[in-house]
Design a protein around this ligand. Structure first.
Ligand SMILES: Cc1cc2nc3c(=O)[nH]c(=O)nc-3n(C[C@H](O)[C@H](O)[C@H](O)COP(=O)(O)OP(=O)(O)OC[C@H]3O[C@@H](n4cnc5c(N)ncnc54)[C@H](O)[C@@H]3O)c2cc1C
Ligand code: FES
Length: 424
C-alpha cells in the first residue's frame, strides 16, 4: 500500500518542484527582461544627456551676435497658406544647435517701408548642423478689421521670397523649449500654425529615442489646414512613447469621410478632451496656438489642479495689430483716469492711460489704446519695440537680450515703476 503511494507522491512532488521552478524561471525571466529594458532606457538617457551637453557646448561656441546672412535653400508647401523655408548659412559654416521650441528673429527690408521690419518665427525642425527650418502661415486681414492690410511679413515671405534669396537672421532664442534631458511625461497642445515649436520638440524627442511619454493634441480647422500630417504619422508609427490626438474644429464633408484616420475628434481641444486621455495632472503642458485657445486652456488646466509652473505657453501675438480699426478700449482717454494710480502718457499720440494692476506690459497697453509701436519677438530680444522714456522709470518683467540705448525701454517686457511719459 505504502509502495503504491510512493510513485504518485513522487510524481506530484517532482511536478510541484518543476512547476515552482517554472514559475520562478518565468518570474526571473520577466524580472530580467524588465531590468534589461530599464538599463536600456537609462543608457539611452545617458546618451541623450551626453548629446545635449555637446549641443550646449556647440551652441556657445557657434552662436553669433547680431544678424547673420542665410540663403533660402528650399521652400515646401505644407498646407493651405502654410509654407516651410529651409535656411542655410551663407558663410557655409556650421550652425549652433538650439532647444526645441526656440525661434529665429528676421530683419527684412520691405519695399515701401522706411525702416527694416522685424519678425520672429519658431524653428519647426529638430536641430541639424547645416540648416534651420521655419514654417510660416500667411496672415490675412482680420474679420474684425476688414479695412486693415493683410499681414506684412508673412505675405512677403509667401509672395516675394524664393529659393536663393538672402535674409538677415539672429541666432536661435526663446524660453519656451522642451528640456530633452528630463524624463517627465509631457502634454503638447497645438492650435493651427502653433504646431511649429511643438513639431520641433516631437522630432527632437523621436530622434533622441529617449522613450519619454508624449501626448500630443493638434487642433486645426479642417483637413486643408492640417500641416505635417505624414511627418507626424510616420513618427507615431515608429515611436510608441508618442501618441497623437487630432481635432478638426470644422471638418468639411470630405473630411468627415476620413474621421478616425485623419482626425480623431470633431470640435475644439478643450479640458474634457484632454482629461479623457490623462489619468492624472502630473504632466508638463506646452501650449502654442491662438490667444483665445491658450487663455481658455490655461485657466481650465489651473482649475483642474495643474501646477502653474507646469504650464508653458508661447504666444504668436500679431506683431503690429493696432486697434485703430477697432473699437477703442474704454481705458484710453485724453484725460488722466481718476481710478488708476499709475498714469502712462504716450506723448506723440497725445494719449494718457491708466496702468491696471493686472496690466501685461507697456507694448500691450499702447496697442490696446491705438498707439502704434512696432514689435518683433515680444520677449525683449530683438529691440524693435524700444521707445524713449521722457520721464519716469520702468521695471523689466524678464531679462532682455537686446542692447538698449540709455533713456529707452523695451516696451514688450516693461512695466511702469510710477508715472511714465513715453515718446510714442
Ligand atoms: C516667438 C514667436 C514665434 C512665432 N512663430 C511663428 C511661426 O512659427 N509661424 C508663423 O506663421 N508665425 C509665427 N509667429 C508670428 C509672426 O512673428 C508674425 O507675427 C506673423 O507672421 C504676422 O506677421 P505679419 O507681418 O504677417 O502681420 P502684421 O503686419 O504684423 O499683421 C498682423 C495682423 O494685423 C492686421 N493688421 C495689420 N495692420 C493693422 C492695423 N493697422 N489695424 C488692424 N489690424 C491690422 C493684419 O491684417 C494681420 O491680420 C511667431 C511670433 C512670435 C512672437
Ligand atoms: S518686440 Fe522684440 S524686444 Fe520687444
Amino acid at each position: 500500500m505504502a509502495d503504491a503511494l510512493i510513485l504518485p507522491l513522487g510524481i506530484v512532488t517532482v511536478s510541484l518542484v518543476a512547476l515552482r521552478l517554472g514559475v520562478m524561471t518565468a518570474a526571473s525571466l520577466r524580472q530580467l527582461k524588465h531590468q534589461r529594458e530599464h538599463d536600456q532606457l537609462a543608457l539611452q538617457l545617458l546618451r541623450v544627456r551626453i548629446g545635449e551637453a555637446k549641443k550646449r557646448r556647440d551652441e556657445n561656441t557657434l552662436a553669433w551676435n547680431g544678424y547673420r546672412k542665410f540663403v533660402i535653400h528650399q521652400q515646401v508647401e505644407e498646407a493651405d497658406g502654410i509654407c516651410s523655408f529651409c535656411l542655410k548659412p551663407h558663410d557655409g559654416k556650421p550652425l549652433p544647435s538650439f532647444r526645441p521650441g526656440q525661434y529665429l528673429t528676421f530683419r527684412l527690408n520691405i519695399p515701401g517701408r522706411e525702416k527694416p521690419v522685424v519678425r520672429c518665427y519658431s524653428l519647426s525642425d529638430r536641430p541639424r548642423p547645416d540648416q534651420y527650418r521655419v514654417t510660416i502661415k500667411r496672415v490675412r486681414t482680420p474679420r474684425a478689421a476688414p479695412s486693415a492690410p493683410p499681414g506684412l511679413v508673412s505675405n512677403f515671405f509667401h509672395e516675394q521670397l524664393h529659393e536663393g534669396e538672402i535674409l538677415d537672421v539672429q541666432a536661435p532664442r526663446g524660453q519656451f523649449f522642451l528640456d530633452v534631458e528630463q524624463e517627465r511625461p509631457c502634454v503638447l497642445i497645438a492650435g493651427g500654425v502653433g504646431v511649429t515649436p511643438l513639431l520641433s520638440m516631437i522630432s527632437t524627442i523621436a530622434e533622441a529615442r529617449s522613450g519619454r511619454e508624449i501626448l500630443f493634441f493638434y487642433g486645426v480647422r479642417d483637413g486643408g489646414e492640417h500641416a505635417f500630417r505624414e511627418v507626424f504619422e510616420r513618427t507615431i508609427e515608429h515611436h510608441s512613447n508618442i501618441r497623437m490626438v487630432v481635432a478638426y474644429s470644422q471638418p468639411t464633408p470630405e473630411d468627415e469621410k476620413r474621421e478616425g484616420q485623419d482626425y480623431h475628434h470633431a470640435g475644439r481641444i478643450d479640458i474634457d478632451l484632454i482629461k479623457s486621455y490623462l489619468q492624472s495632472t502630473n504632466y508638463e503642458f506646452y501650449i502654442c496656438g491662438p490667444p483665445a485657445m491658450m487663455e481658455t486652456l490655461n485657466q481650465q488646466l489651473l482649475k483642474w489642479g495643474v501646477a502653474k509652473k507646469d504650464i508653458k505657453t508661447e504666444a504668436f501675438g500679431p506683431a503690429t495689430v493696432s486697434r485703430a480699426f477697432m473699437k477703442p478700449k474704454p481705458a484710453a482717454s485724453t484725460q488722466a483716469p481718476a481710478a488708476a494710480s499709475v498714469s502712462i502718457t504716450f506723448s506723440k499720440s497725445g494719449k494718457q492711460c491708466g496702468w491696471e494692476k493686472d496690466g501685461t506690459n507697456l507694448l500691450d497697453l499702447a496697442l490696446a489704446n491705438g498707439v502704434q509701436i512696432e514689435s518683433g519677438c515680444r520677449a525683449g530680444n530683438c529691440g524693435t519695440c524700444a521707445v524713449a522714456i521722457k520721464t519716469g522709470k520702468v521695471t523689466y518683467l524678464t531679462e532682455h537680450g537686446a542692447e538698449l540705448e540709455e533713456g529707452t525701454c523695451l516696451t514688450c517686457i516693461a512695466a511702469p515703476d510710477g508715472d511714465v511719459v513715453l515718446d510714442a
